[in-house]
Design a protein around this ligand. Structure first.
Ligand SMILES: NC(=O)c1ccc[n+]([C@@H]2O[C@H](COP(=O)([O-])OP(=O)(O)OC[C@H]3O[C@@H](n4cnc5c(N)ncnc54)[C@H](OP(=O)(O)O)[C@@H]3O)[C@@H](O)[C@H]2O)c1
Length: 324
C-alpha cells in the first residue's frame, strides 16, 4: 500500500536531539502534517494535559522521542526522576494515543535495556536475561516497561482496534542538538567540549578517565531518524515476520565499534586539537564492550549512511554554532 504523506504525525520531544532529527527525516520523506508541542506547552508527565492534547489533535501516528535522558552522573544523581518521569511520559503518551485512536506509534528505547553482561554483540533476545547496569537501572526499567506497554497493547487491542505499536533501541547517539553540559552529557559531546576548550585555551594535554581500551558503538542521529521512519513505515506483515509479539523491539546500531582511545583521537581531529591525549588508568572503565547486534534491522533493508569521522565533523560544527 502506498504511504499516505498527509497523515498527521505527532513527534513527542521534537526539540530534543532525536526528535528534531525525526522531524527532519519526516520532512525529507515528504510528510507535511507534523504536530509538535514544547515541554513548556505540554508536560507529558501530566495525564490530563496529555489526554486533552490527544483529544484535540487526534494524530494518525506518534513518534515517542520525549524522555528524561542523561549520562552516568545524572542517572546516578537523579534515579527517582529518571524512573518516574520516563514511566509517566510513556504511559501517558502510549495510553492516550490508544484512547484517541492512534494506529501507529514508535517508542524509542535504549541499548541499556540489555543486561550488563549480555553476550556481545547484544541481540534483541538478550532482553530480560540478566541483571542491568546499576547506574542506569531506573532508566532502563522504564524503557523495558515502554516496550512491554507497546507489546501488551498490540496483543490486547491489535486485532480489535487495528493498532500497531513498535519499538526501536538505539545505540549511543550523537550529532546536532546534543547536550554539551559539562557534567550531564554523554561521551562524545563531553569530549567535544573538553577538546574545544583545550584548543581555545591552548592546553597542552587532555587526560581522559580510564584506560581508553573499552569499545563503544556510536550512531549519527540523522541515521537514527531515518531508521525510525523506516521501521515505522515498514508494512505490518514484514515487521511481524521479523519480530515476536513478546520480543518486538528492533536494535539500531552503526554495526561497528571503536575504542575510547580511537574515539578520543577522532574527536581531537574533528575539533582541531593538536595537544597530547592521555589516559588515567586509575579511573573506572565501565563495561569492556557495548555493541548492538543490528542484523534484524539490516536484514529488513536499513544501513547507516554517516561515518564516525563525518558525523564528528558535523557535530563539532553544530557545537561551534551554538557555543561559539
Ligand atoms: N542520546 C542518546 O545517545 C540516546 C541513545 C539511545 C536512546 N535514546 C533515546 O532517544 C530518545 C530521545 O533522546 P534525546 O537524546 O533526543 O534526548 P533529549 O535531547 O534530551 O530530548 C528529549 C526531549 O524530550 C523532552 N521532554 C522530556 N521530558 C518531557 C516532559 N515531561 N514533557 C514534555 N517533553 C519532555 C525534552 O524537553 P526539555 O529539554 O524541555 O525537557 C527534550 O526536548 C529518548 O527516548 C532516549 O532514551 C537516546
Amino acid at each position: 500500500m502506498p504511504i499516505d504523506l498527509k497523515q498527521k504525525i505527532y513527534v513527542a520531544g521534537h526539540r530534543g536531539m532525536v526528535g528534531s532529527a525525526i522531524v527532519r527525516a519526516l520532512k525529507e520523506k515528504g510528510y507535511q502534517n507534523i504536530v509538535t508541542r514544547t515541554h513548556a506547552e505540554l508536560d507529558l508527565t501530566n495525564q490530563a494535559a496529555v489526554q486533552a492534547f490527544f483529544e484535540k489533535e487526534k494524530p494518525d501516528q506518534v513518534y515517542l522521542a520525549a524522555a528524561k535522558v542523561g549520562g552516568i552522573h545524572s542517572n546516578n544523581t537523579y534515579p527517582a526522576e529518571f524512573i518516574y518521569d520516563n514511566l509517566m511520559v510513556q504511559n501517558n503518551v502510549i495510553h492516550q494515543a490508544f484512547v484517541s485512536g492512534v494506529k501507529k506509534l514508535l517508542f524509542l528505547g535504549s541499548s541499556c535495556i540489555y543486561p550488563k553482561y549480555a553476550t556481545q554483540p547484544m541481540s534483541e533476545d538478550a532482553l530480560l536475561t540478566g541483571k542491568l547496569e546499576p547506574t542506569n537501572e531506573p532508566y532502563a526499567i522504564a524503557k523495558i516497561a515502554g516496550i512491554k506497554m507497546c507489546e501488551s497493547y498490540n496483543r490486547q487491542y491489535g486485532k480489535s482496534h487495528g493498532i500497531d505499536y513498535r519499538s526501536v533501541m538505539p545505540t549511543n547517539l550523537y550529532g546536532p542538538g546534543d547536550n554539551y553540559h559539562p557534567e550531564n552529557s554523554h561521551v562524545i559531546p563531553a569530549l567535544i567540549r573538553r577538546f574545544h576548550e583545550a584548543k581555545v585555551s591552548a592546553v597542552p594535554e587532555v587526560v581522559i578517565w580510564g584506560t581508553g581500551t573499552p569499545r563503544r558503538e556510536f550512531l549519527y542521529v540523522d541515521d537514527m531518524a531515518t531508521a525510525s521512519v523506516f521501521v515505522m513505515d515498514l508494512d505490518k506483515a514484514t515487521y511481524d515476520q521479523h519480530t515476536e509479539p513478546m520480543q518486538s523491539q528492533i536494535n539500531v546500531g552503526f554495526g561497528d565499534d571503536v575504542t575510547i582511545a580511537e574515539l578520543a583521537k577522532a574527536v581531537g581531529v574533528a575539533v582541531g586539537y593538536e595537544g597530547k591525549i592521555s589516559f588515567d588508568p586509575t579511573k573506572p572503565d565501565g563495561a569492556p564492550r557495548k555493541w548492538m547486534d543490528s542484523s534484524r534491522l539490516n536484514q529488513l533493508g536499513w544501513q547507516p549512511m554517516v561515518s564516525l569521522d563525518d558525523g564528528l565533523d558535523m557535530a563539532y560544527r553544530d557545537f561551534v554554532a551554538i557555543n561559539g
